[in-house]
Design a protein around this ligand. Structure first.
Ligand SMILES: [Zn+2]
Length: 511
């Protein structure tokens, strides 16, 4: 096999890295001698290889190689001497594949017909430029399309490319897509559960396999379904038919956000939120040390608070907060006395009381009677003695009556506001005595129950130098705390009124 030596240097090749023509020829000859290669012909030219068909000597060499019956290889210094554009590279590649060139030897490697790497090995920028220009034109076309609201890619699942450059709804799969979004938005499904559920219901990919959770995830993230196309980091309004609403899409994103990044659970401290710093007003927060001991302290949110250094152990907090009940303690003898006095007052000095009680009892028993009627009616329905329709009609009549009686009762009680009934008197007495019981219980119950007890009666308390300072109670305890107890009926009445108000607004508190 003989070799052709090809050397090239154009005036553009300013880099000192590129040898002069003479040097290239000299180097190649040395190398050929070393490798024992037989140089038959030498071609040299001073032309750029950036444009195709721009080199007469190169073209002559190609012509020669195409026509000669003998086996030839090429020797050149670097592969970019032979070609720097894809057209000329293609020619060389073709000659190699045809066996017209048996081998290409450069200073650093050898290319053989079996190598399919010539094109990839073109050094220099020309080939890249070609490719870039080509893709730029393609990109320009894509850009125009997307700006017109048309999707320039393969249609997402649930849609089909209509073959005319548009997107059509895939009627078979669209209903599954809608369902996936709908179910996910409930927050009751994981991606995996959705994938399984949809598979059961017959949802398949275009290659007819299960749509797995990773793909479900991608699908749920794709705003294409609600009309917004995401393309290279930008959003475009699509003209295609939407499958879901924007609201549903954004609901799903919220669910996903919550599921993927669940809010970090704050460690729970039982008495946090119940105490603030008397000096600066900041809430006391807590921390756990050595994984065991809980300390409460002023967060010093406003800076420079002296309380900041006072760390309260949980035990100390319990002791301190236990003192809250002391603010509600009353003299029991006085309460007893007040109770008896008031009861006598009720019985002796209240001529309207009988009338009131009678009216009240009438109303209560009427309400009870109506409620029994309702039960009986329901039993008739269960026995199928009446139809559902007639049950409903009758039930609504009874309900209206009950409502009327209840309103009348309320009105009656309101009118009797000034009159202490015995039941509220009992309740009031019990209430007066309850803080003492509560305090006793407080130290016995669990941390959870301690917190429950406190939050039932407390809005907040302040701590000063590890001691209880101010306490703000919830009603009716605030009224109790504010009234110094004596046998004065007005004081009692105030507490009773507070209890009544609370009973109306928050009846469960007294159960
Ligand atoms: Zn403070």
């Amino acid at each position: 096999m003989k070799y052709i030596l090809y050397a090239r240097k154009s005036s553009e090749d300013k880099s000192k890295q590129i040898l002069s023509l003479e040097s290239q020829v000299g180097e190649m000859k040395k190398m050929a001698a070393n490798l024992g290669l037989d140089i038959d012909l030498v071609y040299t030219e001073s032309k750029s290889a950036k444009l195709p068909n721009n080199r007469p000597v190169f073209l002559e060499m190609v012509k020669f190689l195409e026509s000669t019956p003998e086996d030839y290889g090429i020797i050149c210094w670097k592969i970019d001497r032979l070609s720097r554009n894809p057209i000329d590279s293609g020619k060389i590649q073709w000659l190699l594949q045809q066996g017209r060139i048996k081998a290409i030897q450069t200073s650093d490697r050898q290319y053989l017909p079996s190598d399919n790497v010539l094109l990839l090995n073109i050094e220099g920028s020309m080939a890249n430029q070609y490719i870039l220009d080509l893709s730029k034109n393609v990109k320009r076309g894509i850009q125009t399309k997307i700006e017109k609201g048309l999707w320039p890619n393969f249609a997402p699942i649930g849609y089909l490319n209509d073959g005319k450059g548009g997107i059509a709804v895939d009627r078979v799969r669209a209903r599954y897509i809608k369902k996936i979004f709908k179910l996910y938005s409930t927050g009751n499904y994981t991606m995996k559960e959705l994938a399984n559920q949809m598979f059961k219901e017959g949802f398949r990919s275009r290659s007819n396999i299960k749509y797995h959770k990773s793909k479900i995830y991608k699908l749920l993230k794709d705003s294409f379904y609600c009309g917004t196309m995401q393309f290279h980091g930008k959003e475009y309004e699509g003209k295609h038919e939407t499958l879901i609403t924007r609201k549903l899409f954004s609901d799903c994103q919220k669910v996903m956000e919550l599921r993927l990044h669940p809010k970090k659970k704050q460690p729970f401290f039982h008495f946090r939120g119940l105490m603030s710093c008397e000096k600066c007003g900041c809430l006391l927060t807590a921390c756990r040390k050595k994984k065991k001991y809980v300390y409460y302290y002023c967060t010093n949110g406003r800076g420079g608070c002296s309380e900041h250094d006072h760390y309260l152990k949980e035990d100390e907090v319990i002791k301190t907060l236990g003192n809250v009940f002391d603010r509600l303690l009353v003299n029991e003898d006085e309460v007893e006395m007040m109770y008896h006095n008031t009861k006598e007052l009720l019985i002796n000095n209240n001529p309207e009381r009988h009338e009131y009680l009678e009216a009240r009892n009438d109303l209560l028993s009427e309400i009870k009677r109506q409620e029994n009627r309702k039960d009986e009616l329901f039993n008739l329905l269960l026995d199928k003695s009446i139809t559902k329709e007639s049950y409903k009609a009758k039930e609504s009549v009874i309900k209206t009556e009950i409502k009327c009686f209840k309103e009348a009762l309320e009105k009656l009680e309101d009118e009797q506001e000034v009159v202490l009934t015995e039941s509220t008197l009992e309740l009031t007495k019990e209430f007066f005595l309850s803080p003492k019981k509560m305090k006793k219980a407080f130290f016995k119950v669990s941390l959870d129950d301690k917190r429950k007890m406190l939050s039932k009666i407390l809005w907040n308390s302040t701590i000063d130098n590890k001691k209880l300072a101010k306490v703000s109670f919830k009603e009716p305890f605030e009224t109790l705390a504010n009234c110094c107890v004596n046998s004065d009926i007005d004081k009692l009445r105030r507490v009773r009124d507070a209890i009544r108000t609370e009973m109306r607004q928050n009846p469960n508190q007294f159960k």
